[in-house]
Ligand binder design. Structure first.
Ligand code: ARG
Length: 578
């Protein structure tokens, strides 16, 4: 175990038990960063209160029992009863060297391995992925990668919107324009254009609207020819989604598709079961679940409608069938929903209904990772100047284009393919990182200049720190893996870097429990800052003493690996050079 906080916590719990009895072996020592030492433990304050003793006295008693000689150079009681803890340089140095040799950068696997279906991305067939889908895709993918790294079994579930009444008009439009026409191909590049054209005919052409409605009936009845055309629409849209996914460097593949349509066969059963269990009742012709505590503005109960009065099933029914499937068939022990914040009412009604029906047992957590909005400079939902929804591909292409302009200027000596590769990593990485570094449930203003800046908490700043470390090894002519010399911590910047490096495992574990990727971003930004200070203050290859040079190379290797590993968990690629 290399995380100093965890090591200190264990020692402090032992000391607490020795000083105040075994029942304190589980007490949280409340370790925080300190201004005057590496850490401080605040436990004596609440404990003093509980025991009715002065906190300073309690702190002194803990310090008296603390067996931290190997780890701490100094333990001091300060202020009202804080325990200030300063780590030994030798201990820190040894931990940092061990970390440099560890492919996992000191990050542990989870003690309890969960089976975690993650519902994320979930765009809609024949529709543009909007910036909301950008966020659910990017945040979901970062969580999937991080949870996998922690040893959980992650099952990606791309809950594609691939069913419903609009498919009647979409199929008829596809027949009108011709399956292999240029207009049909729009589905692969500009799906909204296809959708709008269908919609317009539906609204203005009675004959077409009639055909569309009959087509819905045929689709629901499972008519073979209709199903084939529906599949054609889905397949064309898949081409579009996959282009976006490749551009975004996310891990989603066709194997992760679990669209709404796969639940069709269970919808009637879900409704029957809810009715049989007395959970659903017919109200104004619709089958509804009424849950306690869900009321509208006038105090009227808000129903979860599971079967509409025309007999059709909706979004809620599909989500209920999906919960049942994820627990019963996938064996979920934790289900993660990366979905827009406005859907939180819908989701909590689905969870509660599923709990009452016994499909979601109490030991299985269902968690909504609520996604906030992406805003334009006017503070409203991001739109193009003409007010149309932003095309995601255009947005990503612009980010890459802007990065390309910069890299061509700053690195004229590199060839075109290298320029392209760097621009892709930096442009796309900047957009993803900006998204991930904001708390997932708050909105942010989409601002290319801020995202692409080389300073501040941005993707390019972190990538640049890693690229600098890589260039040191290129110049030294050795591989980072071979930098395994012992570490010495003489300069303050070396010590600060080592301490920061040792926090990686805790940052990753926190993302596992809290499902908040921005915490890993904050950690990596602090690491990149510590590395940058070290880089500026501590010459590596020009160090006079070969022992210092080797030690600094080890620190560089550990920094590089931790930055690259951490950014990879976020889905951000580090270019070889910048
Ligand atoms: N397709 C939906 C949309 O675009 C999101 C679906 C989210 N997942 C779910 N299980 N409801 O808004």
């Amino acid at each position: 175990m290399s995380d100093p906080k965890a090591v200190l916590a264990e020692l402090l719990r032992d000391a607490l038990a020795a000083a105040f009895g075994a029942e304190h072996a589980g007490t949280d020592p409340l370790i925080r960063p300190s201004q005057f030492a590496d850490f401080q433990a605040n436990v004596a304050l609440p404990l003093g209160k509980a025991l009715g003793r002065p906190p300073r006295e309690v702190a002194t008693a803990i310090a008296g029992q603390l067996d931290a000689g190997d780890v701490c150079a100094k333990v001091e009681v300060s202020g009202p009863g804080f325990l200030n803890l300063t780590l030994r340089d030798e201990w820190l140095a040894a931990q940092a060297a061990a970390l440099a040799a560890d492919p996992r950068c000191g990050a542990q696997q989870a003690d309890v391995r969960d089976v975690i279906p993650i519902d994320y991305s979930a765009p809609n067939v024949a529709k543009e992925m909007h910036v909301g889908h950008l966020r659910t895709t990017v945040v979901g993918d970062a969580l999937a990668r991080t949870l996998e790294f922690r040893g959980h079994r992650v099952i990606r579930q791309n809950h594609l919107g691939d069913w419903g009444t609009p498919f009647g008009m979409l199929i008829e439009h596809l027949l009108d324009v011709g399956e292999h026409s240029e207009q049909a191909e729009l589905l692969q590049s500009d799906p909204n254009a296809f959708y709008q054209a269908a919609r317009e005919k539906f609204d203005n052409d009675e004959g077409f609207a009639d055909r569309a409605r009959r087509r819905v009936v045929a689709l629901q009845a499972g008519d073979a020819d209709t199903l084939r055309l529906w599949q054609e629409l889905v397949d064309l849209s898949k081409v579009y989604f996959n282009r976006i996914y490749r551009m975004l460097d996310v891990t989603l593949t066709d194997d992760d598709l679990a669209g709404e349509s796969i639940y069709n066969e269970w919808l009637a059963e879900v409704c029957d079961e809810l009715e049989a269990k007395g959970l659903a009742t017919v109200s104004q012709g619709a089958l509804c679940v009424f849950l306690d505590g869900y009321t509208g503005r006038e105090g009227n109960p808000v129903p979860l409608i599971v079967r509409k009065s025309d007999g059709g099933y909706g979004y809620a029914t599909t989500d209920l069938a999906a919960v049942r499937y994820r627990v019963r068939d996938l064996g979920a022990t934790r289900i993660v929903y990366v979905i827009g914040a406005p859907q939180s009412l819908h989701l909590s009604m689905v969870y509660e209904t599923a709990r009452l029906a016994g499909w979601l047992p109490p030991e299985v957590a269902a968690i909504h990772v609520a996604i906030g909005n992406v805003l334009g400079e006017d503070g409203k939902l991001l739109r193009t100047r003409s007010g149309a929804p932003v095309r995601l591909m255009a947005l990503l292409e612009e980010a890459v284009e802007r990065a390309l302009t910069v890299v061509r200027e700053t690195r004229p000596e590199l060839d075109a393919p290298t320029h392209q590769a760097i621009a892709h990593a930096v442009g796309v990485g900047a957009v993803k990182y900006a998204d991930l570094s904001t708390a997932h449930d708050t909105g942010y203003v989409f601002d290319f200049d801020r995202m692409l800046a080389l300073s501040g908490n941005t993707g390019p700043y972190l990538q640049y720190a890693a690229a600098r470390a890589r260039s040191i090894f290129r110049k030294a002519g050795i591989k980072p893996e071979d930098a395994t010399a012992p570490v010495r911590l003489d300069a303050p910047a070396e010590r600060a870097l080592a301490l920061q490096l040792l926090g990686f495992g805790a940052a990753v574990a926190e993302v596992d429990t809290l499902l908040e990727p921005h915490r890993l971003c904050t950690y990596l930004f602090d690491l990149a800052s510590a590395f940058t200070t070290f880089y500026e203050q501590c010459p590596v290859l020009k160090a006079d003493d070969p022992v210092v040079r080797e030690s600094r190379l080890t620190l560089c290797a550990a920094s590089l690996r931790t930055l690259v590993t951490g950014l990879d968990l976020l889905g951000v690629t580090v270019p070889d050079q910048m």
